[in-house]
Design a protein around this ligand. Structure first.
Ligand code: ZN
Length: 326
């Protein structure tokens, strides 16, 4: 990871030490400051000895994402003290709560449209991204999937959330929205991080405009036929200069669009069989006349029945958007 080169971390630590030194000069009795200074010195020493980033108990590498967020950690996850472990669990709980607060309302209505979704992290937090933003007479729906799982992916997810919320407020067309989001994401994260997503602009006349950035194709159900909304560009953040084609579709009253993450299509049963897009499409077609919340529930039910108790291996998001029938 390029951010974690010794040179980079060392500069960060030396800078922190310099700032701390100046504060310690003002309040020399503060034990917390003295302890922190000592920890920084010890990290710099470990760097000189070539043992920085190795667990002091097992000498294996410490998880890179933990080092990136706290360059002073000295033990891998397997060798935390009980106090450290409980602090970590509390952090995770807070992160999960913050992530839930970023989600849109579970059901939603807008100018002749209705939508509902199901969002299920695999662990405490999810790398799936799901948002609905209403802006005047238009609404934006985004469903995405950040590379990886767990805490790193969830941080990317909240990063995307902030980027899209900001860009949507500017009033850009969908293709430029995704293009700029991709550039911002690319420039502000490591090159190995990216996310697939679908960004939709929904209008009161039944039309939608969308970009599909390398995401599993949403399923559009019209008159009993299921069409896929194929990718129109690469995942966001993969290349800083990517461009995205925008496509349009028109939905008539009763038509439904179903968006999902690969946690659904790639879920595997105990017999190692994949649920697959075909089963999902079949399910959406069969239940297409149900309102979005019930359609989502029905598809989820079929997925769970298929898994028959086998544990999912990825975060999962299902969203249905329907043009309200007359
Ligand atoms: Zn260890």
């Amino acid at each position: 990871m390029e951010m974690l080169t010794d040179g980079f971390v060392r500069r960060q630590l030396v800078e922190r030490k310099r700032r701390l030194d100046s504060v310690v000069g003002v309040s020399p009795e503060d034990p917390g400051l003295r302890r922190l200074l000592k920890e920084i010195d010890s990290a710099l020493e470990r760097m000189d000895r070539g043992t920085y980033g190795l667990c002091e108990a097992c000498h294996e590498s410490i998880e890179a994402e933990r080092l990136a967020s706290d360059p002073l950690v000295r033990y891998c996850l397997d060798h935390l003290t009980p106090a450290e472990r409980s602090a970590l669990e509390q952090d995770l709980e807070t992160a999960a709560r913050m992530q839930r607060d970023l989600l849109p309302p579970p059901q939603w209505r807008f100018d002749g449209w209705e939508a509902a979704y199901h969002y299920a992290p695999l662990g405490a937090v999810s790398g799936d991204y799901c948002d609905v933003v209403v802006r005047g007479d238009e609404a934006f729906l985004i469903v995405g999937d950040a590379a990886g799982k767990g805490i790193t992916a969830s941080m990317l997810m909240s990063h995307l959330h902030a980027i899209f919320r900001t860009l949507i407020a500017v009033g850009l067309p969908v293709d430029q929205l995704v293009e700029r989001a991709s550039r911002l994401f690319c420039e502000s994260t490591l090159s190995t991080y990216f996310a697939t997503l679908v960004c939709l602009r929904v209008l009161g006349d039944g039309s939608i405009e969308f970009c599909n950035a390398g995401h599993c194709p949403p399923l559009l159900v019209q008159e009993g036929q299921v069409a896929r909304l194929e990718p129109t560009g690469v995942p966001v953040g993969m290349f800083c200069e990517g461009s995205y084609a925008m496509r349009r579709a028109k939905l008539m009253p009763g038509d439904t669009l179903f968006i999902y993450t690969d946690g659904a299509s790639e879920a595997r049963s105990g017999a190692d069989e994949e649920f697959g897009e075909r089963r999902l499409a079949d399910c959406v077609r069969r239940y297409r006349d149900l309102p979005p919340a019930e359609l989502v529930r029905a598809c989820l039910g079929e997925l769970e029945q298929f898994l028959a108790g086998a544990r999912r291996s990825d975060d999962l998001t299902l969203m249905a958007l329907r043009r309200v029938p007359r």
